[in-house]
Write a protein that binds this ligand. Structure first.
Ligand SMILES: NC(=O)c1ccc[n+]([C@@H]2O[C@H](COP(=O)([O-])OP(=O)(O)OC[C@H]3O[C@@H](n4cnc5c(N)ncnc54)[C@H](OP(=O)(O)O)[C@@H]3O)[C@@H](O)[C@H]2O)c1
Length: 272
């Protein structure tokens, strides 16, 4: 599938190198359009052969076009690529909050897939949620899923609203995990560990817990009960978390992210 990635920043370059490393695309079939000189230098170091700084006729030859620019840059980009697009193109947008309807209006194309990856995609451990409009065929959807799966796991949702939900859970999710880790590291330094000791204790605890869960999938409550004994240290910690309604705070945080994703989508729609 001849593929053009527009925007070779964090996500664009992750996609480009994952598609090539997994041998799903041949270098000749991958093109990147990127305007920043710095990003271009980095893309060259990834051995990406077809690099462009401006939209032009080459866009017409593509089958799949991945939109990997920031949502706020998309309004400027859309009119510059629209003259080269036709109904044969498949658009794959990874822009947070930009709805399919907005893309249909701005680009005037038929086939649109919207995906929400997350940061661990950079190391092939990403979680991507995706959806598509009815113009995308089953075969095209599977081909795109194969590409997305090179960055980790990919799950299809029929309802587009689930993309806002996935943005709140897995898209923003790595930040919640790092927030929790950072709080644990701060407490560790208060208990007398130096920073690198605190990092080691916390990182290995997270990494070990996830590996444990991956190998032996008990529920979170079952794992907690294996660590916490009656009257013990873990129970003392969990009591404080519960007294501070930490569970509910996490829930509220995820709902706030969901609400914000919908708001941003509406804003983009208004501007379109
Ligand atoms: N990072 C994440 O964890 C994550 C997760 C899920 C989804 N996303 C989505 O992925 C998209 C990209 O995010 P990112 O973190 O990769 O952003 P990024 O690092 O800023 O990369 C975007 C790149 O696109 C370039 N660009 C912007 N407008 C362009 C144009 N008209 N023509 C060519 N190149 C252009 C930018 O150049 P300049 O630097 O000159 O602007 C930049 O190099 C966003 O829409 C975001 O919502 C990101």
């Amino acid at each position: 599938m001849k593929t053009l990635i527009i925007g070779g920043g964090n996500m664009g370059r992750t996609f480009a190198s994952s598609f090539l490393t997994a041998h799903i695309l041949r270098p000749a079939d991958l093109t990147v359009l990127e305007r920043s000189v710095q990003a271009l230098d980095f893309l060259k170091s990834l051995n990406i052969e077809n690099l462009h700084t401006r939209p032009a006729e080459y866009i017409k030859e593509q089958q799949l076009i991945v939109l990997a620019v920031k949502p706020q840059d998309s309004r400027e980009l859309m009119p510059t690529i629209k003259p080269f697009l036709s109904d044969n193109h498949i658009i794959l947008s990874i822009m947070a909050g930009v709805q399919i309807e907005t893309l249909e209006k701005q680009l005037g194309v038929k086939k649109i897939i919207r995906a929400m990856p997350n940061l661990p995609a950079q190391i092939g451990m990403g979680m991507t949620a995706f959806t598509a409009n009815l113009e995308v065929s089953r075969k095209e959807l599977i081909e795109v899923q194969n590409l997305l799966s090179t960055t980790g796991k990919a799950i299809y949702f029929e309802k587009e609203s689930m993309l806002d939900a996935a943005t709140a859970v897995s898209g923003s999710g790595p930040a919640y995990v790092f927030y929790f880790m950072s709080a644990m590291m701060k407490a560790a330094t208060e208990l007398g560990f130096n920073e690198s000791q605190a990092e080691l204790l916390v990182w290995q605890t997270f990494s070990g817990s996830i590996d444990l869960q991956n190998k032996n999938p008990l529920t979170c409550d079952e794992w907690i009960s294996k660590v916490a004994s009656r009257g013990g240290t873990t129970e003392a910690a969990l009591k404080v978390l519960s007294e501070h309604s930490t569970n509910e705070s996490i829930g509220k945080a995820i709902h706030a992210a969901f609400k914000r994703s919908i708001e941003l989508g509406k804003k983009q729609k208004k501007k379109a």
